[in-house]
Design a protein around this ligand. Structure first.
Ligand code: DON
Length: 579
């Protein structure tokens, strides 16, 4: 099983070690256990640790987090150092121009908490704001100032550090600053995304922006540096997040958004707050799930999905067998119908979480699924109001030697967000207004201060009261179905963490009650695809390892073996390291 991973990734790790160790001269280095990974980047490979582990979508970000842990920081310090470093190392997926969610487990308190740092709509947002744009709606939602929601990342990182960390924001930003300043060789993933998004980027990026290489997309191996971002992060480290929310950087942000047709004001930025929430709780057999509640929806849908799946003989059917894919795909379409109907920001809409996660709900979905044929319609489930119920992305996982855990997903939505960069700041602004619904009557319609529903689902799974699996993924609406498949691969099909992550994936959904095809990775055998078609399912075959299905990162704590496994998805540039 221990096969070395792709050489390019391995050399990036050593480069990272060189770059980041500059930050801590004289610091004694704990012995690193992570070995040379396999030549075939898709070959299942678990990074190994005994005390601590960091897994994220770029080797430099992993090293920034690990360095923080080695210097005595806890998992929260390590997670924020990693999250910030991702802004420098994987800038097209997340950063201070975006937002997200994190789940934190504190071993000393045996308690779990959630920080919601999702972006918010500006005060001038209104329910019909996109519909009014008519044919230009798509463009306005993704590429203009109107697409930009008020960023939450720095407020969330800062809140987590102040409440649960042991290090300052300046220390947590140091790794990111070093990466932005010194730069790194662009990976094939970075280069291909840069090429795919080129047209949008040319339209919005300021002249000379480092997100293009002298106006052209980066080729693999080209060096990417971002001195403007280093300067921005240095200012924020010195003066605090108020530099961003109330200072010069904020003024540049608002000016850039408004120059591109946006409605954000200085007051929107100044009033942004990240919030701490109780985790959402679910169960699957003997496992307890703790995750971020709405407006995050990935964890909620995973709990709904697992409640349904628990009623089926999945082990007997077999992983990725025709009955397995058929039943799960049908369930996904019903779940999407209810998502469309009921999900919104709970600060403004009543989301029936208790009912959606109930046995009664799961039994209802199961009863609507035919084993011998695909349905034609997937209507939402009727729900009577119950008073008790009112109430391009990246994932990273960190475990420290005290047993504290962080599971954090953050995003600027589309790759490179809107492509808008406030003058001289080096960070990209999100297009998360695109996660609002177009229909002004939807529970997820835009509104002043509303947070758009997110598919993110950072998870911590517990057995006998102790965390044993930390997991999350990008991938938009595919997030919860990909995470569910990984969880089942581990719990039902006995796979190791990275085998579970690399295994072939599928996805299906419904739109306005009508089915969309089942998407499968090309590694699905012909016979299974034919059997699904015979059940009336339309099947669409995608790449063998398709980043459409996300880029999951996980940590598995094997207590009985006294070993920690890190699993990183080869569909994107995932890497882990532990000691
Ligand atoms: O929050 C959400 O649901 C989306 N904006 C996430 C987008 C995403 O995962 C893109 N990554 N492939």
């Amino acid at each position: 099983m221990r096969k070395p991973r792709n050489r390019k990734a391995a050399s990036l790790v050593s480069l990272a070690l060189g770059a980041i160790s500059l930050l801590a001269p004289g610091c004694r280095r704990a012995k690193e256990i992570s070995q040379a990974p396999p030549d075939d980047r898709h070959a299942p490979y678990n990074y190994i640790g005994r005390q601590a582990m960091v897994v994220a979508a770029h080797p430099l970000a992993v090293q920034a987090g690990l360095e923080m842990l080695r210097r005595g920081g806890n998992a929260v310090d390590g997670a924020i150092a990693t999250a910030a470093a991702l802004n420098a190392a994987e800038p097209f997926a997340s950063g201070i121009g975006g937002g997200g969610f994190m789940v934190i487990y504190l071993a000393r308190l045996n308690g779990t908490t959630v920080i919601n740092f999702r972006e918010k709509a500006p005060a001038l947002a209104s329910a019909a704001m996109f519909k009014e744009k008519g044919e230009e709606e798509r463009e306005w939602r993704t590429s203009t100032g109107l697409a930009v929601a008020v960023p939450g990342a720095l407020a969330g990182w800062d809140l987590a550090l102040r409440k649960y960390g042991t290090r300052s924001l300046a220390e947590a930003l140091a790794g990111a600053i070093a990466i932005a300043e010194q730069g790194f060789a662009v990976s094939p993933t970075f280069s291909s995304i840069n090429k795919d998004e080129y047209e949008r980027l040319v339209k919005n990026l300021p002249e000379g922006s480092s997100y293009l290489n002298e106006g052209l997309p980066y080729e693999p191996g080209d060096r990417f540096r971002n001195p403007d971002l280093a300067g921005t992060l240095r200012l924020i480290g010195a003066h605090g997040v108020s530099e961003f929310y109330r200072g010069e950087i904020g003024r540049k942000l608002v000016a850039a958004v408004r120059a591109k047709g946006g409605i954000m004001t200085a007051e929107d930025l100044a009033s942004y707050e990240a919030i701490e929430l109780e985790p959402l709780l679910g169960n699957y057999k003997d496992v307890t799930i703790r995750t971020a509640p709405p407006p995050a929806s990935g964890g909620l849908h995973l709990i709904q999905f697992l409640n349904i799946i628990e009623r089926w003989p999945v082990r007997k059917w077999g992983q990725n067998s025709a009955p397995f894919v058929h039943h799960l795909s049908e369930a996904l379409r019903f779940l999407f119908a209810d998502r469309e109907r009921y999900l919104g920001d709970p600060a403004f809409a009543s989301v029936p979480v208790r009912w959606l996660t109930s046995d009664e709900y799961a039994a209802g979905v199961v009863s609507r699924i035919r084993e011998d044929r695909a349905s034609e319609d997937y209507p939402f489930t009727e729900h009577k109001e119950d008073k008790r119920d009112t109430a391009n992305t990246t994932h990273l996982c960190v475990l420290d030697r005290e047993g504290n855990v962080v599971s954090l997903t953050q995003s600027i939505n589309d790759f490179f967000g809107t492509g808008i960069v406030p003058a001289g700041t080096g960070f990209l602004l999100n297009d998360h207004m695109d996660d609002f619904a177009s229909d002004p009557r939807s529970a997820n319609a835009p509104g002043p201060g509303h947070r758009p529903v997110s598919s993110m689902g950072p998870l911590i799974l517990f057995r006998e009261g102790k965390p044993f699996l930390v997991l999350g993924s990008p991938g938009g609406t595919r997030i919860f179905s990909s995470l569910t498949q990984i969880v089942l691969n581990v719990l039902e099909f006995g796979m190791s963490l990275d085998e579970a992550i690399e295994a072939p994936r599928f996805f299906s959904f419904s739109k306005a009650g009508k089915p969309e095809p089942i998407a499968v990775e090309a590694r699905f055998p012909e016979g299974i695809i034919a059997a699904l078609r015979a059940l009336g399912q339309e099947v669409e075959v995608r790449e063998a390892y398709d980043k459409y299905f996300g880029g999951a990162q996980g940590i598995m704590i094997l207590r009985e073996k006294n070993v920690i496994h890190g699993g990183a998805d080869s569909r994107r540039d995932g890497v882990g390291a532990g000691y």
